[in-house]
Design a protein around this ligand. Structure first.
Ligand code: ATP
Length: 218
């Protein structure tokens, strides 16, 4: 796999966490912040850390930012800087600009500029709310406003029964894409697949059907 070139602008908690994870996955990341002290602290985490103001087009040009595959604008509170940096990057021809939005209006502007917009605090809160409501739900990926993929621990009532016996598709209306069993993953399990205690189901379906599945008695 060709390693992608990543740059992250704004080394707050979010930017630094992102850089740490990308570095841990073996990618070189260019870390950029306008605050010298913050850049010095980032040297331990990022392969390259430089001091630059992202609203300064010339500074970004001299870093060769146009050649990066993905540039993440992780500037939060300074909405003006975030918007200016995003416009400059898009105008320079950076294909994928991911920008962190502080609120809905900020997000709308970033979207209009062509950025992929993320709302980390909102999304994390939604995830937390979902996991608090049904403790057996481990993950939830929205596919559309009505369909999702959900990862959940198989309810106790499912143990020792096969998918067809349980009527997962017919009665519950959801399709099991995979069953995770410890280190093993059973991809596209057959109807006769019997479930064990502790199995994790990866299910796709309508949100209300997945909700019903997650609310089944343990
Ligand atoms: P987090 O929640 O991730 O901690 P935040 O949303 O509070 O961050 P800020 O603290 O406003 O975001 O910004 C993160 C970083 O972005 C700061 O270190 C700040 O120095 C840097 N930053 C702000 N404006 C610019 C700019 N124009 N160019 C480069 N870096 C900038």
């Amino acid at each position: 796999m060709k390693h992608k070139q990543f740059a992250v602008i704004g080394l707050g908690r979010f930017g630094l966490s992102l850089i740490k994870e990308l570095s841990r996955m073996g990618h070189d990341v260019l870390a950029i912040d306008r605050d010298e002290g913050i850049v010095e602290d980032a040297v331990d985490v990022a392969a390259h850390a430089v001091k630059a103001d992202a609203t300064d087009e010339q500074a970004l040009k001299s870093l060769g930012i146009r050649n990066f595959d993905v540039v993440v604008v992780a500037i939060g509170e300074n909405i003006q800087s975030s918007i200016l940096a995003t416009i400059i990057l898009k105008e320079m021809g950076v294909k994928k600009v991911v920008a962190k939005a502080q609120n809905a209006l900020h997000g709308k502007v970033l979207e209009k500029l062509g950025a992929v917009v993320i709302y980390p605090e909102r999304d994390m809160a939604i995830k937390l709310a979902r996991s608090l409501v049904s403790q057996n739900v481990l993950d939830h990926i929205d596919l559309s406003p009505h369909y999702s993929i959900m990862e959940l621990v198989a309810p106790q009532a499912f143990v020792g029964k096969s998918l067809v016996e349980l009527g997962v598709r017919k009665k519950l209306g959801v399709t099991i894409l995979a069953v995770k069993r410890g280190e093993e993953i059973i991809v596209a399990p057959r109807a006769g697949q019997v479930l064990n205690a502790g199995d994790v189901l990866v299910a796709v379906g309508k949100n209300e059907d997945l909700q019903r599945l997650s609310e089944l008695e343990d």
